[in-house]
Design a protein around this ligand. Sequence first.
Ligand code: ZN
Ligand code: ZN
Length: 98
Amino acid sequence: MAQATTVVRHRPVIRRSADAQGALYWLACTCGHLGVEQAARRMAQVDLDQHVLSLPHIPAAQQCRTPHAHDRQAWEPCGLCENQTALFDPAELTGEAR
Ligand SMILES: [Zn+2]
Ligand SMILES: [Zn+2]
């Protein structure tokens, strides 16, 4: 199976709505993940943090070294930096040959 080349990007934000009962906050991520409505922004922030923590761990070889320059978040693999690592022998890093 070929790996999908489309990377789902996660840009979690906290949405807010207010009505006569008060304000509601919830997590909304660009991946489609929606958190439950919370009465406090702080609780929606907890949902956001847990969503980020639930994302797959990025192998060190794919982590971005210049996130600002490459527009990457800590939870996103960086193809640019990964290609730089490929200058080294990939089989040596993964321990397996293709
Ligand atoms: Zn997400
Ligand atoms: Zn990078």
